[in-house]
Write a protein that binds this ligand. Sequence first.
Ligand code: IMP
Ligand code: MG
Length: 183
Amino acid sequence: MEINSVKDYESRIKRVLITQEEIKASLKKAGEFIDSLYDGKPILLVSVLKGSFVFMADLAREVTVPCEIGFMCVKSYFEGTSSSGNVSIVMDLDRDISGYHVVVAEDIIDTGRTLEKLVEILRARNPLSLHVITLLDKPDRRVVEMKADMSLFVIPDHFVIGYGLDAAEYYRTLPYIAEYNEE
Ligand code: IMP
Ligand code: MG
């Protein structure tokens, strides 16, 4: 993909799938869901970079239980258009999570392979509890059985961009979620 102008850039935004207002309303519900899980107990909210950085920043401000934040950067290796399940940790959490109730904020569950690996890695570290909240879920693409505790939006099998999600590193800064024009 080569982007040399704003025209190139904008031409690949096919249509808005989820508006800012819809995201905002759904974030409120996700914050309430997290609060209801922990009944005032402190949590560690973990953003899986890079895709969930916008989602986690907004979600964190809807949570009222005491909340620490952590970052982890994972890289999923792709075979063609699907992730292979080969996941490497590019940047790890800066602490031992064994004393924490951990909530993972994911951008999207596609084949499920990335999250499966991540959950396996985090469970092995014996957190007090582990929950996963995903912004987007594409169940039609699932290869391994993987379900989040909460999915904000279930979407059809389209490649999407915006609100943290990229196509070749661009479009993460769009305030809405759009379908990507792959032509
Ligand atoms: P997985 O297939 O569930 O392992 O997803 C792997 C990763 O692929 C996700 O964490 C996203 O970073 C990326 N991904 C999957 N589908 C999309 C999409 O529609 N737009 C942008 N990134 C995606
Ligand atoms: Mg990505």
